[in-house]
Design a binder for this molecule. Structure first.
Ligand code: NAD
Ligand code: UD1
Length: 339
């Protein structure tokens, strides 16, 4: 039976995508070097789907390791999540980010070509749009220079894929530009696992809700938005996971030497205060927070026009902002008992 290779599959989005793939009967092999994830993800995936994902411990930057995996399994598609993703860390360790994120991708492209594997789904980010002049952003919206080495690796990765296909490589690719993935599998048994103090909003909120952090710092309330706090397009991670399966199905009947790009967001923007109001519905006392200075490098507002993915991929998100906050909270509670 053909297998889907999920690189970075023990990580946040990769584990949720593995779950959705297994639920639909796909065979999954995960590659991960556990640089930003826990081996426990495998048990957690199994506890939800009842299926053991095959796991290959190793580094996608190691070409001979990758070559062995492509020999060992009959791979039909690759979903390439493995990358470093911390914006702040990328500023202090640019070489490590360029090297991990770009070499891994180039190895995947070369190895899939060598083994005649045709389909690639790549994780990009709405960070490539910077602060757009017009909202919502479509896939045609002008890209802005990246404001971090991490963001630049996503822009360069997109270029590498497109240049490779334009050179005549016999593959097909979908580039997915994720907006802000949040939340957790509705079982509450798996979710995001930030190391140390979270940088992103949702894990900071859920840790604050459980008293692990004293209060949430809201970075600025003087933006040009309804309540002054910044707006993002939050997307439930399981909805995002399913977008990869839609993308894979879309690629199957395309010719090779083909690529396409899709925004993956809900099309709805929520401010930081609206996210706080949502989580408050699930708490016995309101989330403590304090307004502070804007965070350097933050944009004011962004949300997607997801109509291309809705129409062409036939993909629709189903989860609401309350599903996102409540599932994230349930996971945080589960995690504290499951340590
Ligand atoms: P994550 O850190 O939870 O998962 C990435 C996984 O890749 C981790 O398990 C890590 O151990 C593994 N990994 C990293 N480098 C590797 C290598 N060289 N070889 C093998 N394994 C390696 O991150 P995530 O949030 O699940 O993100 C997945 C992808 O989506 C990344 O490419 C990320 O840049 C992209 N993305 C994420 C977000 C987000 O907000 N989470 C937004 C836009 C894009
Ligand atoms: C950040 C990254 C982006 C990356 C994304 C997903 C930056 C500048 N951008 O996006 O490149 O793709 O994560 O990993 O880091 N907020 C608070 N208090 C907090 C944390 C966040 O008020 O403690 C606010 C932020 O100012 C922002 C919103 O919450 O307005 C969302 O923040 P975050 O979750 O970090 O995502 P982004 O900044 O959108």
């Amino acid at each position: 039976m053909k297998t889907i290779l999920v690189t970075g599959g023990t990580g946040y989005i990769g584990s949720h995508t593995t779950i959705e793939l297994q639920k639909l009967g796909f065979n999954v092999v995960i590659i991960d070097n556990l640089s930003n994830s826990d081996i426990k993800s495998l048990e957690r995936i199994k506890s939800i789907t009842g299926i053991e994902a095959k796991f290959e411990y190793g580094d996608v930057c190691d070409k001979s390791f990758l070559d062995n995996i492509f020999q060992k399994y009959e791979i039909s598609s690759i979903i390439h999540f493995a990358a470093y993703k911390a914006v702040g860390e990328s500023v202090s360790k640019p070489i490590s980010y360029y090297s991990n994120n770009l070499i891994s991708l180039m190895n995947i492209l070369e190895t899939m070509t060598k083994h005649s594997v045709k389909n690639l789904i790549f994780s990009s980010s709405c960070t490539v749009y910077g602060q757009p002049d017009i909202l919502p952003v479509t896939e045609e919206t002008e890209l802005k220079p990246a404001n971090s080495p991490y963001g630049n690796t996503k822009k360069i990765s997109e270029d590498i894929i497109i240049d490779f296909i334009n050179s005549g490589a016999d593959i097909r690719a979908v580039i997915l530009r994720y907006f802000n993935p949040v939340g957790a599998d509705m079982s509450g048994k798996i979710g995001e696992l930030p190391q140390g103090i979270p940088n992103n909003l949702m894990p900071y909120i859920t840790q604050t809700a459980l008293g692990i952090r004293e209060k949430l710092m809201v970075f600025g309330n003087d933006y040009n938005t309804n309540d002054g706090t910044a707006i993002r397009d939050y997307i439930h991670v399981s909805d995002l996971a399913n977008a990869h399966i839609s993308a894979m199905n879309y690629l199957n009947d395309k010719p090779t030497k083909f690529y396409d790009i899709f925004n993956v967001g809900t099309g709805e923007g929520y401010s930081v205060m609206q996210v706080i109001n949502s989580i408050n519905k699930f708490l016995t006392s309101p989330l403590p927070y304090q307004i502070t200075e804007r965070r350097q490098g933050d944009i004011e507002k962004i949300w997607a026009d997801p109509s291309k993915a809705n129409e062409i991929l036939k993909w629709q998100p189903i989860y609401s902002i309350d599903d996102m906050t409540s599932s994230a909270l349930n996971w945080e509670k589960f995690l504290r008992q499951d340590k």
